[in-house]
Write a protein that binds this ligand. Structure first.
Ligand code: AP5
Ligand code: MG
Length: 209
């Protein structure tokens, strides 16, 4: 089964994709995580995309499409995948339909106020991408990753200005992707405003259907 998670920044795509991947054995493919890994390791790709990502702008389609196409040809994703953060433009959605089959699109809906609440309290473990929230999903020891004990950070694009840019980029460039998948009758809407466990339960039952 191949699933796309869609939704605004901070909707919980990464959090839910990670949980569903653990539950189902599907591979979790996050374009944001791939870009951030490249930035951390100062690769050529990382240097190219850092400034755009920090400002909340999208990486050009040509780069992103090729990256995902290569990733979906790797061995560990052949039993099915969850795409988190891709496609987020109409050309990306059209390109994806040419090299892969999408079975289901889960759209996580939340309000702009909730986006700001979630992103301003988010903390991440850069190495693994594990995500916490100071209030809604705190680590066992404040400011430290549960598994490694290493310090947590705030993402560089989680400042107020970048969040505003990401929200408007989402409205302009990613909402057409929703329309595209609605036309293809692949979208299931999920109210993502509940707690993490509540949203996970909703997704669990819709996947059972
Ligand atoms: P990406 O990493 O995809 O960022 P995003 O879309 O802005 O989404 P986020 O990762 O911020 O949020 P999320 O929905 O995963 O929420 P999370 O689970 O963390 O992309 C980053 C950048 O990379 C882009 O801006 C762009 O520059 C570039 N990029 C990536 N893909 C691209 C593409 N396809 N094309 C072009 N450029 C691309 O949850 C958020 C917080 O809320 C956490 O603290 C979490 O603990 C908490 N939380 C989650 N669920 C709940 C809940 N139900 N209740 C309470 N708290 C919750
Ligand atoms: Mg994410």
């Amino acid at each position: 089964m191949n699933i796309v998670f869609l939704g605004p920044p901070g909707a919980g795509k990464g959090t839910m994709a990670e949980r569903v991947a653990d539950e189902t054995g599907l591979a979790h493919v996050s374009t944001g995580d791939i870009f951030r890994d490249n930035i951390r390791h100062e690769t050529e790709l990382g240097r190219k995309v850092k400034e755009l990502i920090d400002r909340g702008q999208l990486v050009p389609d040509s780069i992103t499409i090729e990256l995902v196409q290569d990733r979906l040809h790797e061995a560990d994703v052949q039993l099915g995948w969850i795409l988190d953060g891709f496609p987020r433009t109409r050309p990306q959605a059209e390109a994806l339909s040419e090299f892969a089959r999408v079975d289901l699109v889960i759209l996580l809906n939340i309000s702009d106020e909730e986006v700001i609440r979630r992103l301003s309290g988010r903390r991440v473990h850069p190495e693994s991408g594990r995500t916490y929230h100071v209030e809604f999903n705190p680590p066992a020891k404040e400011g430290h990753d549960d598994v490694t004990g290493e310090p947590l950070i705030r993402r560089d694009d989680d400042d107020e200005e970048s969040i505003r840019t990401r929200l408007s980029v989402y409205k302009e460039q990613t909402e057409p992707v929703i329309a595209y998948y609605r036309k293809h009758k692949l979208i299931v809407d999920v109210d993502a405003s509940g707690t993490i466990d509540e949203v996970q339960t909703k997704i669990h039952s819709l996947l059972k259907e």
